[in-house]
Ligand binder design. Structure first.
Ligand SMILES: NC(=O)c1ccc[n+]([C@@H]2O[C@H](COP(=O)([O-])OP(=O)(O)OC[C@H]3O[C@@H](n4cnc5c(N)ncnc54)[C@H](OP(=O)(O)O)[C@@H]3O)[C@@H](O)[C@H]2O)c1
Length: 291
C-alpha cells in the first residue's frame, strides 16, 4: 500500500452515516489522511458533532461547500437520497476531482449524468471495514486517471481486502454477497449462540464458542487450498455428529434459503438503483415496459 498517494488530498464525505464512519476510521487508523483533511457533510448537526468529537474531522451541513473543496468526493448517502444530493452537487465538484461512490445499486452512468462529472469510482465495501477486515469490490470509469485509481485503491486497501472488477454488474452481485454478507453471518451467529444457550451454555460462553469457531473456520479456509466441501468432509465422520447436524441443515433447506437470500439482495440492489435514477432519467422500465 502506498502511503503517499493520499498525501495533501482533501476528502469530502457526502453523508456521514455508518459506512462513512467506517471509512473515516479506516483512513485515520491507517494514517493515510490527517483528520483535518476529512470533511463529513450531512443534514443533522448532532451527527456532525458526534463525528467531530470522535475523529476531529471537519463537519458541515452544506454538501456543495464540502464537495467544492475536495479532491475526492465520497458519496455515502442512501440510494434513495442520491438523486436530490446529485442535483445539489452538480457543477460544484472540481473538474479534476474524483467521485468515489459506495451507494448501493447506483450505476456509474447515472452518476456521470446526474453530476455532469466523468471521473467516478464505484465501490461496494462492507462494515468489517471499521476494523480493517472489510471486503471491497470496486470499479473505475474510463475517465479516472491512473493517479486517481491509485488513490481509490489506497482508500479501499485501508478497509481490508479489495477486488477490482471491470464489469459493473459485479458491483450489484458483490452488494448481495460481501456488502450485505455480514448481516447473514451475524444472523447465523446469533442463531448459533441462541442454540448453544438452549443447550445449557451461558450467553457469554456461547458467544465465545461461536465467534471463535466462525473466526477460526474462516481463517482456516482462507489459508487452505482445499475446496470448502473438503474442509467440511474432514470433520464429517461416518455416523458422527457433523453428519447428523448436516442432515438436518440440508433437510431444512439451508443452501436453498441462502441462495434465495442472495438473489433477493442482488435484485433489490438493482431495483434501488433503478428507483434512484428514475427521477433523473424518467419512468422505471421493467422488461422493456414502462411502470
Ligand atoms: N451499511 C452497509 O453495510 C453498507 C455496505 C456497503 C455499502 N453501503 C452503502 O453505503 C451508503 C450509506 O449507507 P449507510 O449504512 O452508511 O447509511 P446511513 O448510516 O443511513 O448513512 C447515510 C447518511 O446520509 C445522511 N444523509 C441523508 N440525506 C442526506 C443528504 N441529503 N445529504 C447528505 N447526507 C445525507 C444521513 O443523515 P441522517 O441520518 O440525518 O438522515 C446518514 O448520516 C448506502 O448507499 C449503502 O448502500 C452500505
Amino acid at each position: 500500500m502506498s502511503n503517499t498517494v493520499l498525501q495533501g488530498v482533501t476528502l469530502a464525505f457526502i453523508g456521514g452515516g455508518t459506512m462513512a464512519e467506517a471509512i473515516i476510521q479506516a483512513l485515520l487508523r491507517a494514517g493515510q489522511v490527517p483528520s483535518d483533511r476529512i470533511i463529513a457533510s450531512g443534514p443533522r448537526t448532532e451527527r456532525g458533532e458526534e463525528l467531530r468529537a470522535r475523529y476531529s474531522v471537519r463537519v458541515t451541513t452544506d454538501n456543495s461547500a464540502a464537495a467544492s473543496e475536495a479532491d475526492i468526493v465520497i458519496l455515502s448517502v442512501k440510494p434513495q437520497a442520491l438523486p436530490a444530493v446529485m442535483v445539489g452537487l452538480r457543477g460544484r465538484i472540481q473538474p479534476p476531482a474524483l467521485v468515489f461512490s459506495i451507494v448501493a445499486g447506483m450505476p456509474v452512468a447515472t452518476m456521470r449524468a446526474g453530476l455532469d462529472h466523468a471521473a467516478i469510482v464505484r465501490a461496494m465495501p462492507n462494515t468489517p471495514a471499521q476494523i480493517g477486515a472489510g471486503m471491497t469490490v470496486w470499479t473505475a470509469a474510463s475517465a479516472v486517471t491512473e493517479a486517481q485509481r491509485a488513490q481509490a485503491q489506497a482508500i479501499v486497501q485501508t478497509m481490508g481486502l479489495e477486488m477490482y472488477v471491470t464489469q459493473e454488474d459485479a458491483l450489484d452481485m458483490a452488494t448481495a454477497v460481501s456488502g450485505t454478507g455480514p448481516t447473514y453471518i451475524f444472523l447465523l451467529m446469533e442463531a448459533l449462540v441462541d442454540a448453544a444457550v438452549h443447550l445449557g451454555f451461558s450467553r457469554r460462553q456461547a458467544r465465545l464458542l461461536v465467534i471463535q469457531t466462525v473466526l477460526g473456520s474462516a481463517q482456516f479456509a482462507q489459508q487452505s487450498d482445499l475446496h470448502l466441501a473438503q474442509l467440511r468432509n474432514q470433520v464429517t465422520s461416518p455416523g458422527g455428529t457433523s453428519a447428523e447436524a448436516i442432515y438436518q441443515l440440508e433437510k431444512g433447506g439451508l443452501r436453498t434459503i441462502l441462495s434465495k437470500a442472495i438473489w433477493a439482495a442482488y435484485k433489490k440492489s438493482r431495483l434501488l438503483g433503478e428507483q434512484a435514477r428514475q427521477p433523473l432519467e424518467g419512468p422505471l422500465r421493467v422488461d422493456g415496459v414502462e411502470s
